[in-house]
Design a protein around this ligand. Structure first.
Ligand SMILES: N[C@@H](CCC(=O)N[C@@H](CS)C(=O)NCC(=O)O)C(=O)O
Length: 408
């Protein structure tokens, strides 16, 4: 991936330009005069450099037709190469999510006091684990290191960011002192050469990856460590709701959580059409259901609600625009937006939602889908203040039991 990224570094001209450019030697003096000064932080906007170079070589700007036809074919080829590596697809161009390598942790064999969670704020899969950790009251037992997206597409650890209110912010690697997540994965006995994804649960004593599959981690946090949890009575996956939970998971994971990625990473029109239809049909099903039910499985918040929430909170901010999930915004639905605000307002949930980090993580770092790196303005209905507005969904609850447990 770093090879692909470096091929596309902003300072590299498309290949065909390089081959057609006449030798530069005898013009270097003039070039130096007409090249704008580098800014002191080396943060030069490449267009500042390219325009004077093309003027110097051709005497004027490049003809738009030449520019467009050359860059179009070059860019499309490189985009396909890059997507095939970063977002693998089947022959029809549909995104196929790679499977996680470390699964099914056994709580009997784990000591919560030696566990450490690696997460990142833009990532919806990591976000699930941060929410369940907070709702269960496990923050004191299982500490978290929060990675930031790097320019080469990897997860990095930087110096502790200054907290904004009570929101979680990126941190350094608190247990391994690594500068990026790959280093941590590689520290396990036997090393590691696969995808280095967040969330990842790490055993500090054994220096081992315990699990890197978000649903396994939230099940573990929900029921595996009640002996140390401050909120042991909260059960987000109670046995009597297991059947409903499984049924919702079978809709929400493929069609919504992964569905938005299948829209954004589609590599053919057909693949996109099929993903986007499936996504909005699932959102309609959920919205209809939520008309008469406070949460997906009734009065009690359960794991599928947490999973749905982390996609919904990013939907209007990111997926609607960048992943082309354009049929509707969450704010336009009758029930989904109130439902999302209801969950946002559960104590400790808003702390896990760093809306700025979410926007930056996608628009500024998911380079293949937004090569210009421009971050659009945050929609007003996605602002923290708006999310705190009344939702009136309490009236759908037939009992107060679930809330009493949540508010401890
Ligand atoms: N199946 C995993 C997916 C996690 C995942 O895709 N995480 C992304 C961030 S949103 C990641 O770390 N990607 C880095 C990579 O693929 O190299 C889970 O649910 O835990």
């Amino acid at each position: 991936m770093s090879t692909v990224t470096s091929l596309l570094s902003p300072t590299t001209l498309p290949f065909q330009f390089q081959t057609t450019v006449p030798p530069l030697q005898f013009k270097t003096k003039k070039l130096r005069q007409s090249t704008p000064k580098m800014s002191t932080n080396n943060n030069l906007n490449p267009t500042q450099l390219i325009t004077p170079i093309t003027k110097l070589l051709w005497g004027k700007s490049l003809p738009p037709q030449l520019l467009i036809s050359t860059v179009r074919s070059t860019w499309f080829t490189v985009w396909q190469l890059m997507m095939s590596q970063l977002a693998p697809s089947d022959p029809s161009g549909s995104y196929t999510r790679p499977v996680s390598q470390f699964r099914n942790p056994n709580p009997q064999q784990l000591n919560p006091n030696t566990l450490h969670l690696y997460a990142a704020l833009p990532c919806p899969w990591a976000h699930r684990t941060l929410i369940v950790r907070a709702l269960k009251g496990l923050q004191h037992a299982i500490d978290v290191s929060i990675a930031s997206p790097g320019l080469d597409g990897s997860w990095e650890f930087k110096d502790e960011a200054v907290p904004v209110g009570d929101k979680l912010v990126p941190t350094r690697d608190k247990v391994n002192g690594a500068t990026n997540l790959r280093e941590c994965y590689k520290m396990r006995r036997g090393g590691y050469d696969g995808r280095c994804t967040v969330p990842m649960l790490w055993d500090v004593e054994k220096k081992e990856v315990v699990c890197n599959e978000s649903y396994d981690i939230i099940e573990l946090l929900n029921s595996g460590f009640n002996r140390v949890a401050r909120n042991p009575d909260l059960d987000l996956s109670p046995p009597e709701l297991k059947k409903q939970i499984d049924e919702w998971n079978q809709i929400i994971h493929p069609s919504i959580n992964n569905g938005v990625y299948r829209c954004g990473f589609a590599q053919s029109q057909e693949a996109y059409d099929s993903a986007v239809n499936e996504l909005f049909s699932a959102l309609n099903t959920v919205d209809d259901h939520l008309r008469g039910s406070r949460y997906l499985c009734g009065d009690k918040l359960t794991l599928p609600d947490v999973c749905l929430f982390t996609t919904l909170i990013r939907f209007d901010l990111v997926y609607n625009v960048m992943f082309k999930c354009t049929k509707k915004k969450v704010v336009e639905y009758q029930n989904l937006h109130g439902y999302m605000r209801d969950i946002y307002q559960i104590p400790h949930v808003a702390e896990t939602c760093n809306l700025d980090a979410m926007m930056d993580g996608y628009y500024k770092f998911l380079f293949p889908l937004n090569p210009g790196n421009i971050r659009p303005v945050m929609p007003s209905a996605s602002h923290h203040e708006f999310l705190l507005q009344a939702h009136t969904r309490e009236s759908l609850s037939t009992s107060q039991q679930s809330l009493q447990v949540l508010v401890t």
